[in-house]
Design a protein around this ligand. Structure first.
Ligand code: PEP
Ligand code: MG
Length: 324
């Protein structure tokens, strides 16, 4: 199997009925790029920038961030790189920001909520991203968007910083795509509205599943409620993809579910355009996708949506699409 996978490193990911999907990688630092390139990723679907801010006692400067983002887009040589703005809070703390302890950190002051409040910190990151955009195919993604106003505010700040940089004579790409993570149920349900104001969506199932079932993703006692194959999740995914495609926008997924062999046939059938996963999952996923027919799976996915439980869905996929 390993040998079969190795032959696929330089291939595109095209299904048996000739449909192209993009297989991208999730990274946390530029150091991860070696594995990404060795495993034949067609892009970066999620660069988690919070690692730049963690394990230190002060904020990273604009220059430091610029260097990191520039390195990633340059080494990806024109392939798409989706960089997510700071997603701190929840399980990821930054002691030096001195944030108050919260009863429910996952429901609290995190990610875009914090960035819109602490604008100085956010503007530094936006400037670094805008400057790096001149060196490759950089896309910007905002995490934990729950309502349209957050997206509009974040985009307004981005445009302000862009105008300032241009006025300073600094090069900025004029074709940066701006998208959001869909990881809160309100955003999945309101996807038709969001789709008009973004260039792309990336579904963050790690959080979307936790918020849909109201079950902490870190708590073992409720881990049985972490159910990626549940028809409720599949329906949310379908809603997001349909809404985006209606507006001519693309949809990725960067939660763990995107690299899961049981989920992949369903996601292909629901019309997902980009699958972003850890680098080591890319070649197995490519090998699997080459053998699948998107047209056939579109019908199959509709059957799965009608089932009652996650177990039933998993069983149906395994019986039909996973060879032991
Ligand atoms: C997600 O929520 O699915 C996601 C990709 O983001 P993170 O795991 O960093 O919260
Ligand atoms: Mg998340």
């Amino acid at each position: 199997q390993k040998e079969e996978w190795a032959k696929l490193v330089n291939d595109q990911t095209t299904t048996s009925d000739g449909e192209h999907v993009e297989l991208a990688a999730n990274i946390g630092t530029p150091k991860d790029l070696e594995g990404v390139i060795a495993n034949g990723a067609e892009g970066i679907g999620l660069y988690r920038t919070e690692f730049l801010y963690m394990g230190r006692d002060n904020l990273p400067s604009e220059e430091e961030q610029f260097e990191a983002y520039k390195e990633v887009v340059e080494r990806m040589e024109g392939k798409p790189v989706v960089i997510r703005t700071l997603d701190i809070g929840g399980d990821k703390e930054l002691p030096y920001l001195d944030l108050p302890k919260e009863m429910n950190p996952f429901l609290g002051f995190r990610a875009i909520r914090l960035c819109l409040e602490q604008q100085d910190l956010f503007r530094v990151q936006l400037r670094a991203l805008l400057r790096a955009s001149a060196f490759g195919n950089l896309k910007i993604m905002f995490p934990m968007i729950a309502v349209l106003e957050e997206l509009r505010q974040a985009k307004a700040l981005l445009n302000e910083e862009k105008d300032k940089l241009i006025a300073e004579g600094i090069d900025v790409s004029d074709s940066i795509e701006v998208g959001i993570m869909v990881e809160i149920p309100s955003t999945a349900v309101a996807a038709p509205q969001f789709a008009k104001e973004v260039d792309f969506f990336s579904i963050g199932t790690n959080d979307l599943i936790q918020y849909t079932f109201a079950a902490d993703r870190m708590n073992e006692q409720v881990s049985y409620l972490y159910q990626p194959y549940h028809p409720a999740i599949l329906r949310l995914v379908e809603m997001v993809i349909k809404a985006a495609h209606k507006e001519g926008k693309w949809v990725g997924m960067c939660g763990e579910m995107a690299g899961d062999e049981v989920a992949i046939p369903l996601l292909l059938g629901l019309g997902l355009d980009e699958f972003s996963m850890s680098a080591t999952s890319i070649l197995p996923a490519r090998s699997q996708l080459l053998k699948l027919s998107k047209k056939e799976l579109a019908e199959f996915a509709q059957k799965a949506l009608e089932l009652d439980t996650a177990d039933e869905v998993a069983k149906l996929v395994r019986e039909n699409y996973i060879s032991e």
